[in-house]
Design a protein around this ligand. Sequence first.
Ligand code: HEC
Ligand code: HEC
Ligand code: HEC
Ligand code: HEC
Ligand code: HEC
Ligand code: HEC
Ligand code: HEC
Ligand code: HEC
Length: 435
Amino acid sequence: MSRDLLVKRSILFFLACLYCFLSSSSLLAGEYIDSAHGSSTAGVFRPVIGDAPPQGFGYSRGNCAHCHEQHASIGGSEPVPTTGGASSYELFANNFDTTQKTIPYTESDNFCFYCHNNPTSAQLVVNNDYSQNFGCAPQGPTTIMSAMNQRSYHNLYDVWNFSKDKFSWFTTYSNPCDACHNPHLAKRNWANAKDPAYSAISKPTDHFALWGTTETMDSSYNTKYEPPYCSSSLLNREPNASIDAATGRANTPDYVDFCITCHTTTNTIFSTSLNRNLTAINWDSNGDKHGLRLMDGSVSTKAPYAPNSSGTDFVLSCLDCHEAHGSQNVMLMRRRANGSDLTSTIATFDTKNWGLICLKCHKDDAAAGVGPSNYWEYVHHLVSDAPYFEQGPCVTCHTRGDGFPIDCQECHTHSGTPTKADTRGAGIGTYRIPF
Ligand code: HEC
Ligand code: HEC
Ligand code: HEC
Ligand code: HEC
Ligand code: HEC
Ligand code: HEC
Ligand code: HEC
Ligand code: HEC
């Protein structure tokens, strides 16, 4: 049999398989064609099969075969035939290399990186980070792979390891990216950043639908959610310079519900990078104040977070502070928040530089008019409901000496136990204040 005939037969067999796939799965042709990958104008296209013969096979843009093929029969690299391996989804390369446990990631570690990377051997796709697409930040990392290869990232091995035991559709051969995305449905959100109908994400417990198309911060929290400023002019809101608060909250998917599908109070999540189990996130009324828990007394927040007289308590979106894939800062902290860039990176855990993101929304000493930027005497000592008396010996708390800063994470973490009432004048050590 000539090579050409072999290839043709493989393709025929492949298409037959896809047909079986199509009729047996909930994958509907219409939804796929409306997706980013299935788009006939912007979708998947590998020249090696898409170019006109004899260079390629003339497959049109968006065709499933740009990702799926029979054992790399057309233009992929032949993967090692391990049980189930790459061929279980008939992708042109291995779906995910489970031996790759930390960054730096390279193209062959993850099927998606054959395209969501630069340079690539298949098809280059440019993607900006959340701070830029939705938060008006200047240019940052330009691909998903480069976003992940930063100081902090959602560790793909950990996501894979967690998801395979948790979600019934997620198999040991699944791709960790697919815990949050459905490659057959994901849309071009960045190109329509003000329209959540173009969602790029799927909740792991509802993988065969897009998330956030109707489940928005508006529908879940209404005016409790105050979309942060976007442009430096502070005249518009996230996402992507929405004209006002009402539009901004209607344009923002409910990321809280999305993220806490995994980050619940009952799941145990191990982090290889941190080498420990993660703190559980509790956004309910008995959890964090940035969630539904009521603030106490007053807050010293900046616009647009003006506490209003009806007692409205704000609820934040996880992505007001975090990136989804990776960040130059520790803990996936965004490089821009509430309308301006962080002036420096948060490079370590034990630092007062956490304040660089807090001051985007809270009054530091500069904003309160009592001292320099990223100094925090005002909210802790001077404001009327300050938690601590400024009294000697100062070193009870400022263990490194009078006026020396105390690293913020010693007290401020997710899901700490509130101890404000008991801490006046006491030493610090074990206190954990939720934020
Ligand atoms: C063969 C190349 C290719 C592969 C492999 C690939 N993608 Fe894409 N992806 C694209 C292209 C092209 C787009 C559309 C880019 C655009 O919007 O201009 C896209 C878009 C997306 C989008 C929508 C946002 C956007 O940029 O438009 C998501 C989400 C996405 N891909 C996730 C994935 C995931 C997850 C995987 C792996 C399971 C994957 N992709 C594998 C080529 C690819
Ligand atoms: C961007 C690349 C890409 C394109 C294009 C693509 N798929 Fe997939 N497909 C995947 C990946 C990756 C998986 C593995 C899913 C996982 O990780 O669990 C998959 C899995 C599947 C599955 C297994 C069930 C499931 O949904 O997980 C079927 C069936 C399927 N694809 C059919 C198709 C068909 C039919 C088309 C065209 C209409 C298509 N795919 C286009 C990447 C793609
Ligand atoms: C923990 C969940 C999670 C994981 C894991 C994840 N993503 Fe995402 N991804 C998101 C969220 C949230 C967004 C932001 C919503 C948006 O951009 O529309 C996003 C957005 C995207 C986009 C669109 C970016 C743009 O330009 O707007 C692409 C493409 C993408 N992800 C690809 C990937 C790939 C490839 C992987 C694996 C290497 C991956 N994602 C892993 C949650 C995740
Ligand atoms: C599919 C489950 C899943 C979803 C959904 C998910 N995460 Fe995670 N997340 C994990 C796992 C697993 C880890 C541990 C790996 C790690 O630390 O990188 C983690 C770690 C983290 C970390 C610590 C990162 C670090 O520096 O080690 C942060 C912060 C985080 N997630 C925030 C989020 C946010 C924000 C969202 C919503 C956009 C989200 N997660 C959605 C599974 C998930
Ligand atoms: C995107 C804006 C934003 C950022 C960034 C932010 N906060 Fe907040 N914070 C708020 C809002 C709004 C409230 C009020 C919540 C409410 O109304 O329940 C609040 C409330 C608080 C409270 C409760 C105060 C009280 O009197 O009850 C603490 C403590 C707090 N924040 C600490 C921090 C720390 C520490 C950081 C930095 C690591 C930070 N915040 C970053 C917006 C933000
Ligand atoms: C009960 C504990 C406690 C005591 C006692 C205390 N402080 Fe503080 N102080 C704090 C906390 C918490 C902060 C906020 C974290 C930070 O900025 O270091 C703070 C912040 C400050 C700051 C801002 C430092 C910066 O770099 O942001 C100054 C200045 C300061 N305190 C001065 C004093 C002086 C002077 C005394 C003694 C007269 C004193 N404090 C006693 C808890 C205390
Ligand atoms: C010794 C423990 C401790 C340390 C260390 C600490 N804080 Fe606080 N902080 C508190 C307490 C207690 C409150 C009051 C919480 C409340 O009202 O719920 C508070 C409140 C805040 C608030 C909320 C102000 C508002 O709007 O009402 C911010 C912002 C804040 N701290 C930032 C920081 C920063 C930045 C650092 C590091 C430079 C830091 N804190 C270090 C204990 C601490
Ligand atoms: C106001 C900013 C802010 C918001 C909003 C926020 N986070 Fe965080 N997050 C932080 C900071 C600061 C840290 C680092 C301190 C810590 O570990 O708690 C952190 C740490 C984390 C961690 C690592 C916890 C660990 O084990 O150390 C996870 C997971 C996480 N966040 C998830 C979420 C999720 C899910 C949401 C939404 C429900 C969310 N965050 C909303 C600021 C925020």
